[in-house]
Design a protein around this ligand. Structure first.
Ligand code: ADP
Ligand code: MG
Length: 734
């Protein structure tokens, strides 16, 4: 019990169980929603607001029913409940008030049986019609009046001398805002709820704690700043969001709450950026003319002007005595690898080490092969490190990196693990950054130690073009380069979306192209047969081999295969011995075979838009006109939109924006990948402008006070460290 609380008031920290009227049973159910304290309740936001309908008598409602299916709200006492068991249980209740009676019907709703009893009173809200002279509501929302000992709502609704408030409680509940009785409200907050915990129960608990908690809030943003930005006070934002009376209230509250979330994260990324700049010394690696010439002589083609431009940006960063921290965005096939190779060879030319981390083994192997070919005959030594190394291999390679025997390390996550250390790592490249989080970026930066008191220059690359709003959220602490266009001699890819029934025609047409020497990828969603009815690798291979593509050499490729086997298959495909690969999504990332000009994706409607775009990017890498066929037909609106978007454009940036709109940011870049806690209120798809403002403000604040050490922002800084300190590595020099 919080009996020792000095003020005897409810504060944000007061445990819900200690508040009279909430009671142990309700507190227990709130706990299941991770709602433990008064503050938790205030930060537990409604998911939407419903127009609260005026309550009218049943008779009046019935007389004035203008059209069937009008939404109405009536209050009364339950006179009778009937349960009809048939194929589906139907629950029927008669609701009476002083004027008349109405029928409430729940179809197929056995669970309603225990929720409504004769004698109960409450409110029914829903769509109604008049049938046989009776007002009838189908599947209405039933909001029972709370039982007296269950919540404090009833208590509050009663005259105060009738309350059963225990006199020995020392917690004093201010009655500034009588719970539940905001009769003038036009909107009602609807909370995420369950059968065990109703939205209306959450609403009444919030009503009790909201005012005392809000009274004590010290606004983290100064008044003048708020006024300039048109933001209401934080306490008011909480009040209005929970107890909005009009649409405008919700808009104003939402704006403030969303701004705070965006601003806090931007402060975090800006602080991180400032810390990286001021605290991290790196090796300045100058590009001498002879080094430039040397590197270019190893590259088997002429760089495009766009590649030269990006390389110039990177080289400028690397010549500085503080660490580069740069993101390279470029659509699939735009030629990022060679840019990374350039940066790595610049380090090697100066006698230091370089590392390249890829998200999948397949991709790491490909990089290893490409770099190995370029460096053939040179004395540059490459260590290949993945989790499938034998322990002897790993021991030998790890030791060689530490001693400096190897100049370059290429590998997967295994490279980031503890135990791997470098003698003098000067450049680290992370490929397909969207597969990694902020933490991995920090991990590779730690690897620079060894004999150098510096951190490596870091280049992160992504082929998933990121909408600007997301880029500055996830990678706000990075400088950005964008590689546009594609290497010369590329033909546009023809994209077709075809109904699944037409698959046989598609495969027989493609047969004529295989006969001309083209190669194909066929992507299916499953590795193994299952009862989901999805095509799987083995069965689809058999179908093609015995049917439309009989006589061609086909092979499977998926993530569950042993590395040697996958290697062998990939090599056979690269050399043309295998004509078509039947694969899972493992080929999504980065795989590069120029002669492969056909892509077929089965069940295309099951893949995300970004994935479809990545898959399509596997072809169109040579001089043959490539064809990409998406077999699919979606029953859902989202699926239809995705297929339409992929057919209509091959611009990765546009696809990314569309993807963000269709799926929302949480899905596009789940917090799991980013390592950041998700926003509760802010929505990157709609708050782009607010984000822009928050970012500019955060930038200005950190410029003035890089560590937010002014006393006036102590609370803000504290909140920042609690929310993002760990995820962003604030404070570690890393
Ligand atoms: P991504 O940006 O998707 O990683 P890659 O780096 O794999 O793309 O490049 C795709 C293909 O284009 C590779 O086969 C690569 O060798 C080739 N390529 C890259 N730059 C050029 C260039 N300037 N001229 C010709 N081919 C290039
Ligand atoms: Mg790549």
């Amino acid at each position: 019990m919080a009996q020792n609380s000095a003020t005897n008031l409810i504060t944000a920290k007061t445990a819900l169980a200690d508040i009279p009227g909430i009671g142990a049973r309700l507190a227990e159910r709130l706990k299941a929603f991770e709602l433990l304290t008064a503050g938790d309740m205030v930060r537990h936001f409604p998911m939407r607001h419903e127009r609260k309908l005026a309550e009218r008598s049943i008779l009046e409602t019935q007389r004035e029913m203008a059209d069937d299916q009008a939404e109405i709200r009536i209050r009364g006492t339950v006179a009778a409940v009937r349960v009809r068991r048939g194929r589906a249980t139907m629950v029927e209740a008669t609701l009476e008030d002083d004027s008349s009676s109405a029928r409430l019907v729940w179809f197929n709703a056995s669970w309603m049986r225990d929720k409504i009893h004769p004698g109960d009173s409450g409110v029914a809200q829903g769509r109604a019609k008049v049938r046989n002279g009776f007002l009838e509501l189908g599947n209405p929302r039933w909001i029972p009046d709370p039982a007296p000992d269950e919540t404090m709502a009833q208590r509050a609704a009663m005259p105060s001398n009738a309350t059963t408030e225990s006199t020995n409680s020392t917690i004093n509940i201010p009655r500034i805002n009588p719970p539940l009785l905001h009769v003038h409200d036009q909107l009602r907050a609807i909370y995420p709820a369950s059968e065990q915990l109703l939205s209306s129960e959450i609403e009444s608990v919030v009503a009790q704690v909201l005012e005392p908690v809000c009274c004590a809030i010290d606004d983290p943003l100064p008044l003048a700043f708020r006024q300039e930005r048109g933001l209401i006070a934080l306490a008011d934002a909480y009040r209005l969001y929970h107890q909005a009376r009009a649409e405008d209230d919700v808009v104003a509250a939402r704006k403030r709450l969303a701004f705070d979330e965006l601003f806090l994260l931007q402060l975090g990324v800006m602080m991180r950026r400032a810390q990286l700049r001021s605290r991290t010394r790196a090796l300045p690696l100058k590009l001498e003319a002879n080094i430039n010439q040397h590197i270019r002589s190893r590259i088997p083609f002429t760089l495009t002007p766009q590649q030269d431009q990006v390389i110039a940006e990177i080289v400028a960063d690397m010549s500085q005595p503080f660490a580069m921290n740069r993101l390279l965005q470029g659509d699939v096939g735009s030629g990022k690898t060679v840019v990374a190779v350039y940066a790595m060879l610049l380090a090697v030319a100066h006698g230091f080490q370089a590392a390249l981390v890829a998200p999948t083994e397949l991709l790491a192997e490909q990089h290893y092969a490409v770099l190995g070919a370029m460096l053939q005959g040179s004395n540059v030594r490459i260590a290949f490190i993945t989790s499938s190394n034998t322990s002897a291999e790993r021991r030998e390679r790890v030791a060689g990196l530490a001693s400096g025997k190897f100049d370059i390390a290429i590998g997967t996550h295994a490279l980031l693990e503890g135990g791997v250390a470098f003698r003098n790592l000067a450049v680290a490249v992370i490929d397909e950054q969207h597969r990694f989080g902020v933490k991995q970026r920090a991990a590779i930066r730690q690897k620079g130690q060894g004999e150098l008191p510096v951190v490596p220059h870091t280049l992160v690359m992504t082929a998933t073009p990121i909408p600007r709003t997301l880029a500055i959220t996830l990678y706000g602490d990075l400088d950005t380069s964008v590689l546009r266009g594609s290497p010369p001699g590329r033909e546009r890819i023809i994209t077709r979306v075809v109904a699944p029934e037409k698959a046989p025609e598609v495969y027989s047409y493609l047969r004529t192209r295989l006969e001309r020497g083209e190669q194909a990828y066929v992507v299916v969603p499953a590795v193994e047969e299952s009862d989901l009815g999805l095509k799987d690798v083995a069965n689809h291979l058999r179908y093609l081999q015995e049917g439309p593509w009989k006589g061609f050499n086909l092979a499977v490729l998926h993530g569950a295969m042993a590395r040697e086997e996958r290697d062998a298959t990939m090599n056979a495909f690269r050399s043309g011995k295998v004509h078509a690969l039947v694969a899972t999504i493992v080929i999504e990332v980065g795989v590069d075979v120029a002669n492969a000009s056909i892509m077929v994706v089965e069940h295309a409607d099951r893949f995300g838009l970004a994935q479809l775009h990545q898959l399509r990017g596997r072809v169109g890498r040579g001089s043959t006109q490539s064809l990409c066929v998406f077999l699919g037909e979606s029953p859902t609106q989202d699926g239809k939109q995705r297929l339409e978007a992929i057919r209509n454009t091959d611009d990765g940036f546009m696809i990314a924006e569309t993807d963000l709109r269709i799926r929302g940011p949480g899905e596009v870049f789940g917090s799991r990948q980013s390592g950041l806690p998700p926003f509760q209120i802010a929505d990157l798809a709609r708050d782009g402008e607010l984000l822009r403002v928050a970012r500019a403000d955060a930038h200005a604040w950190i410029e003035k006070d890089p560590e937010l050490s002014a006393p006036s922002v102590a609370a803000l800084k504290n909140k920042l460290l609690i929310t993002y300190g760990k995820a962003l590595g604030l404070g570690d020099v890393g």
